[in-house]
Design a protein around this ligand. Structure first.
Ligand code: FAD
Ligand code: NAD
Length: 465
């Protein structure tokens, strides 16, 4: 077929089939709008399903199993040394985890009548786009939603074309288990995938340009994770940048600080950048800033009245659950409903061992803004449940408004923090007070009691109890 033969007319064209795009498309269809998704890979799920959240969490589960088995020796159960077989591991990840979810999304789309077209979308004006590649065609739309996501940021000034230098996508493919792995970047990806490779048997060295892991997060929440990484990793270099990468045939020779060291593979994890280049935005009124971030208001409207944008392409925080919420908001607004992205917080979880999770105001942010807050901390060393799990290294922390007692922020470090944070998110969204948390019965023995304990300590301190 010659490009341009087919012109489709739809209510809504969604560009990109990741969590932002498919959430928008599903909601549009539910609201009676004829909706089409154009995705470069003709599938729903995006970076999250194929090269992000899901495969990384599958591998982190494997790392957790290895760790649990190791730590069982402490109470007299010895499973022996783990033997990792990459073929079954890759097959399990690809088929039982990613494949299963991928088929699920395809069947939801079918059920809702959302068609997925394969190819790259390029806008031709504010009401139409062309699809290049697999299924070339033109689409005229009443509204479009841009959900093209983000791409790994390259290492500035050190581009080296080598299969030994990996981004997160390549690292998740598990081509092998390198003997010596250098991880550049001590953020989400560097820590999560660094721990995966360490559990699988790599000797991991991590280099972080700033003075701590997970920069920006309260240090007391990062400390237990940093301690664990110090044990798991061969070496962590803070305040360090890599100044040279050279392929030597059998390794990558890297230079950082005054050291030159060979590594079998290097993982570059220094952030992600919004993916808006080549979309033909200049033919529309959509505005993107220099790094390509598309500006949107709280209704996910761009500067073009026909075009909305959601997810990573709209900037930080680049998280799947934010993209999904924005997608639903955009759909509702397009359908004429009074929706807005008016959430108070976007929670975040680093799925390492231990997990670090937070939402809302951090203690550090409050300090930097000169905002008075009360901080309540409950160390898991005093938690019965943590003791039964052999994991007393956690902390639950509440950041509370001193006048109203309202919970403004919650931070947790410890196993299961990613699930526990949901209570904190609800507390902040629903404007609950520390007293509300203290007076709510939490099941015993659970880690969720640490919320109640932290809140009680604050009330005791205030002399109220
Ligand atoms: P994406 O998921 O990036 O999807 C964009 C889609 O658009 C892609 O399918 C792409 O092919 C398509 N596309 C792009 N341009 C075009 C075009 N011109 N035409 C047609 N199609 C196009 N977030 C979390 O919340 N939790 C996690 O645990 C988590 N783990 C992560 C782990 C890793 C290793 C990585 C890399 C990311 C992780 N993230 C996580 C972030 C999460 O993946 C993203 O925030 C999320 O995928 C963003 O969704 P999106 O819909 O904006 O875009
Ligand atoms: P990040 O922003 O989390 O961390 C990047 C780290 O690299 C920072 O600590 C930064 O100081 C450091 N850095 C930057 N340049 C450097 C350099 N030249 N040398 C050494 N260190 C350098 O980015 P990421 O880890 O690449 O992850 C990208 C994004 O993907 C995250 O911000 C997040 O939005 C998303 N993500 C989320 C999850 C999750 O929700 N669990 C997991 C993975 C990724």
């Amino acid at each position: 077929m010659v490009m341009g033969d087919l012109v489709r007319e739809v209510d809504v064209a969604v560009v990109g089939g990741g969590p932002g795009g498919y959430s928008a498309a599903f909601r549009c269809a539910e609201l009676g709008l004829e909706t089409i998704v154009v995705d470069a890979n003709k599938r729903l799920g995006g970076a999250c399903l194929y090269e992000g959240c899901i495969p990384s969490k599958a591998l982190l589960h494997v790392a957790a199993v290895v760790h649990e088995a190791e730590s069982a020796k402490e109470f007299g159960v010895d499973f022996g040394d783990p033997h990792v077989s990459l073929d079954p591991l890759r097959k399990w990840k690809a088929e039982r985890v990613v494949g299963k979810l991928s088929r699920g999304l395809a069947s939801v789309a079918k059920g809702k009548g959302v068609e997925v077209v394969g190819g790259r979308a390029v806008f031709e004006d504010s009401r139409s786009l062309r699809v290049e590649g697999e299924e070339p065609q033109k689409i005229r739309f009443k509204h479009a939603v841009i959900a093209t996501g983000s791409l790994p940021a390259p290492l500035p000034g050190l581009a080296l074309e080598s299969e030994r230098v990996m981004d997160s996508t390549a690292a998740l493919e598990l081509a092998d288990i390198p003997e010596r792995l250098l991880v550049i970047g001590g953020g989400y990806i560097g820590l999560e995938l660094g721990q995966v490779y360490a559990a699988l048997g790599s000797q991991v060295t991590l280099v972080e340009m700033l003075d701590g892991l997970l920069p920006g997060m309260d240090r007391d929440l990062v400390q237990p994770l940093a301690r664990r990484c110090e044990k798991l990793f061969h070496k962590i270099h803070l305040n360090t940048t890599v100044t040279g990468l050279r392929e030597t045939g059998s390794a990558i020779e890297t230079t950082f600080g005054s050291e030159k060291q060979p590594f079998d593979r290097v993982l570059v994890a220094v952030g992600r950048r919004s993916h808006s280049a080549g979309l033909g935005l200049e033919t529309t009124r959509v505005k993107a800033d220099a790094p390509g971030i598309i500006a949107v208001d709280e209704r996910c409207r761009t500067d073009d009245p026909h075009i909305y944008a959601v997810g990573d392409v709209t900037g930080e925080p680049m998280l799947a659950h934010r993209a999904m919420r924005q997608g639903k908001v955009a759909a509702e607004v397009i359908a004429g409903r009074p929706a807005a992205f008016d959430n108070v917080v976007v929670p975040a979880v680093v799925f390492t061992d231990p997990e670090v999770a937070w939402c809302g105001l951090t203690e550090g942010e409050a300090q930097r803004a000169g905002r008075p807050v009360k901080v309540a901390k409950f160390q898991w060393a005093a938690s019965g449940r943590a003791a039964t799990l052999g994991r007393s290294d956690g902390l639950t922390k509440l950041v509370v408004d001193p006048d109203s007692g309202r919970v403004l922020g919650v931070g947790i470090v410890g196993p299961g923090a990613g699930e526990l944070i949901a209570e904190g998110v609800l507390a902040v969204e629903a404007a609950l007070t520390a007293e509300d948390l203290a007076l709510t019965i939490h099941t015993h023995p659970t880690l969720s009691e640490t919320f109640m304990e932290a809140a009680e300590s604050l009330l005791r301190e205030a002399g109220g109890r």
